[in-house]
Design a protein around this ligand. Structure first.
Ligand SMILES: C[S@@+](CC[C@H](N)C(=O)[O-])C[C@H]1O[C@@H](n2cnc3c(N)ncnc32)[C@H](O)[C@@H]1O
Length: 380
């Protein structure tokens, strides 16, 4: 896979009987996208329904909870070059979360079930980008050192390193969940990206970040660190998703489980000061501008969830997106909902409602994804 071509496919508009689904935004890296606020449920007024609502609703319905208890994951076994404390995972209702490291706070589980879902996410992201790994106009012959911040299982970094064997690639994270079978030009480091970076100034040609939503208190500070570490002319690329599930046909009601999903994350993000409304608030562009980046451009994608799109490519993307959510529905929401005071039972029942709604042919949900590129000026 390669991302050398920065072009993005033109919007696809569905037939009248099918909800409209522009899959992607501008084709030029310099063009600006539609405002993410347009038609966003954030504009409406319904708040979060109480957790008990889902338990009561389930009493009248048949909800499949069978997979709820199968979420126990195993600890990552890769201990090379790690201190023991980094493997002292926190446990919440049988799921594991990263240990204390720096100022980091990440809401997702780091066990096997969540890691598998993250690997599927990687495939989904590349499908949505038409098989590209990145959109920055990199000159493959003139890049030497690349960093993937918050690399997760490292799938992106592995693919990038495979495609660029002469480039030194580093993936950083706060959980040691990466594969040990990696290309020789790739290494992983445990580091909290919200602290001062240890990379030498002007040493990186490209910095990639994906799905840090809900983990970052100060995006401008994060991007300032990237700016410092990049060489003049180097690129920063930030991929983020909106947690709100939208639709074009009223098939996702605000009071449905899918409609409540984004609200739950937004409320949790507010409570811990790490925003989940990165897209609606235009945080990526604002923070890049404030950090000094130039040639900033955006590309927007609307990713369907489910097999409802008629377009075969979108259908495939939608099916993958559905797998990603179903693969570990609880692993995404357990920590945020628990922090908001929900019980394990309430989370389990809510997750079952989410899965049931995803399976319903009556719902046509999609979510927004945004890629923002910025360049460190040649004369900085
Ligand atoms: C949703 S996952 C995305 C993983 C990967 N970027 C991808 O797109 O497949 C977010 C990752 O960011 C990591 N993370 C969260 N806060 C971090 C921090 N302060 N420093 C470094 N990594 C962090 C988490 O451990 C997790 O692996």
């Amino acid at each position: 896979m390669t991302g050398e071509s920065a072009s993005v496919t033109t919007p696809v508009v569905g037939a009248k009987s099918e909800p409209t689904l522009p899959r992607s935004g501008p084709s030029s890296p310099n063009s600006k996208s539609v405002s993410p606020k347009e038609g966003s449920p954030e504009e409406t007024t319904t708040g979060i329904l109480p957790a008990q609502h889902w338990v009561e609703a389930a009493q009248d319905e048949e909800i499949d909870n069978s997979d709820a208890e199968s979420a126990m994951g195993s600890l990552a076994s890769s201990t090379a070059s790690l201190t023991a404390s980094i493997l002292e995972y926190r446990k919440i209702h049988g799921r594991t979360y990263h240990s204390e490291i720096g100022n980091a706070s990440y809401w997702g589980a780091n066990d096997e079930q969540q890691n598998e879902a993250m690997d599927m996410y990687h495939h989904l992201f590349t499908l949505a980008l038409d098989g590209k790994l990145f959109l920055a106009p990199l000159d493959a012959k003139n890049i030497h050192k690349v960093v993937d911040i918050g690399t997760g299982t490292g799938s992106w970094a592995i693919d990038f390193a495979d495609d660029h064997p002469n480039v030194e690639v580093i993936g950083t994270d706060i959980s040691p969940i990466q594969s040990t079978w990696v290309p020789t030009n790739l290494k992983f480091e445990m580091d909290d990206c919200t602290l001062d970076w240890t990379f030498s100034p002007n040493s990186l040609d490209y910095v990639h970040m994906r799905l840090l939503v809900g983990s970052i208190k100060d995006w401008e500070a994060l991007f300032r660190e990237a700016y410092k570490a990049l060489t003049p002319g180097g690129w920063l690329e930030s991929h983020e998703c909106n947690a709100v599930y939208e639709c074009d046909d009223d098939s996702v009601q605000e009071t449905s489980a899918l409609g409540q999903w984004g609200k739950l994350f937004a409320e949790f993000g507010r409570s811990i000061g790490r925003s989940f409304t990165v897209l609606p608030d235009g945080i990526q562009r604002k923070a890049m501008e404030a950090a000094g980046f130039v040639e900033i451009s955006e590309a927007d994608f609307k990713t369907p969830i489910g097999s409802w799109p008629k377009d075969p490519q979108l259908k495939e993307i939608g099916q993958y997106a559905q797998h990603v959510v179903e693969a570990d529905t609880e692993g995404y929401i357990l920590y945020p909902a628990t922090a908001l005071g929900w019980s394990r039972e309430e989370v389990t029942v809510f997750a079952a409602h989410v899965r049931r709604e995803l399976y319903s042919p009556k719902t046509h949900p999609w979510y927004r994804q945004k890629v923002v590129l910025g360049r460190k000026p040649l004369v900085a």
